[in-house]
Design a protein around this ligand. Structure first.
Ligand code: SF4
Length: 333
């Protein structure tokens, strides 16, 4: 066994500390990050927080986009969901299996994570940590340095590659021990707690559950659910409306050939996409919600333009009565 580890780096404090601690103990570190496009962590080819952390820690980072296989797991996670739409146990197993596959290619002999015993109710209980280790095929090769002294010694500890005495015994949800360790290791920059995974967000969970209810859980729809305001127009149709320039252009990049785009004539307004069976009633209702999001929302009638896909040379118009606040809120997901 050599003295090189792959460390799973999300960019959160616990994973930052794990990298810094391994370096402090003389272990060569390569960071790995697993990006899932519909988790909101994927940008510019790398998970943004992980890239920032790797730069700060001066370690190489390899990012894997595991969206496709994650989505397959996500449709029916073996160990179920946490409080929202977060399949944490299956998520960790899938990431650790990928890390294991990459381990020999990277010339590393064990894997390190920032998991803390008892920090999260679902995936960080002692029995779950053991289950994750077993199911990912990493028995004895998965070191959790922040809680190591409370867990079975791993092979790198038994072989003296990592000095167990210098590892920690942190447990529970408090962040104070981690903050003290950060200070000791000279780490000044790290994100606030709880900022991370979109799958733990109750608002996003509502949208994902809506997709499941209407049998529309696929990657394109999950991506649409990450942006702007979302409305359920009919069982077959959904509307997404941008809240600012940035969201308008993200939405535009998600446009599919069958989608309908909307724009309110002559006034600045949001970009919006209607996806699904776009009959006259769906277009009319969607146009009324788009009109509601402009400064003409108190008018009796507003001219709304719409077109299919990118066919901006075939724009049609519809007179729409802007939706009321009550109607818009009743359709909001
Ligand atoms: S919080 Fe998100 S990224 Fe973390 S284990 Fe759970 S599902 Fe995976």
């Amino acid at each position: 066994m050599n003295k090189k580890a792959l460390v799973l780096l999300s960019g959160g404090l616990d994973s930052i500390l794990s990298v810094a601690l391994m370096k402090e103990l003389g272990v060569e570190v390569e960071a790995v990050n697993f990006a899932i496009r519909f988790c909101g962590c994927f940008g510019k080819g790398a998970s943004v927080a992980a890239k920032k952390a790797a730069d700060m820690l001066k370690v190489p980072l390899t990012v894997f986009d595991i969206t496709e296989e994650y989505l397959e797991m996500y449709k029916n996670p073996k160990y179920g969901f946490g409080a929202n739409v977060n399949p944490c146990i299956d998520c960790k197993i899938i990431m650790l299996k990928k890390a294991k596959e990459y381990m020999s290619k990277a010339g590393a002999s064990f894997i390190v994570t920032g998991e803390v015993l008892g920090e999260r109710p679902m995936s960080q209980r002692g029995d779950m940590l053991r289950l994750i280790e077993k199911q990912s095929g990493l028995k004895g090769l998965l070191l959790r340095p922040l809680s190591a002294k409370l867990l079975e010694p791993t092979i790198p500890e038994l072989e003296g590659i990592v000095d167990r005495e210098k590892l920690l015994d942190i447990k529970g949800r408090g962040r104070r021990p981690q903050m003290e360790l950060a200070k000791k290791l000279g780490i000044k920059e790290y994100p606030n707690a709880g900022g991370g995974c979109l799958l733990t967000d109750p608002g996003y969970a509502k949208r994902v559950k809506d997709l499941v209810k209407y049998n529309a859980l696929d990657l394109d729809n999950l991506m649409l659910a990450t942006v702007g305001r979302n409305y359920r127009i009919s069982p077959e149709t959904k509307l997404a409306v941008g809240r600012n320039e940035k969201e308008n252009s993200i939405l535009e990049s998600y446009l599919k050939d069958e989608d309908i785009s909307f724009n309110v004539k002559d006034v600045p307004g949001p970009y919006a996409i209607l996806r699904g069976r776009a009959d006259d009633a769906a277009i009319e209702l969607a146009a009324s919600i788009v009109a509601y999001h402009t400064k003409l929302k108190d008018k009796d009638s507003v001219v709304v333009e719409y077109w299919k896909g990118r066919a901006t040379d075939a724009v049609k118009t519809i007179p729409a009565k802007p939706a009321t606040l009550e109607t818009a809120e009743s359709l909001r997901i």
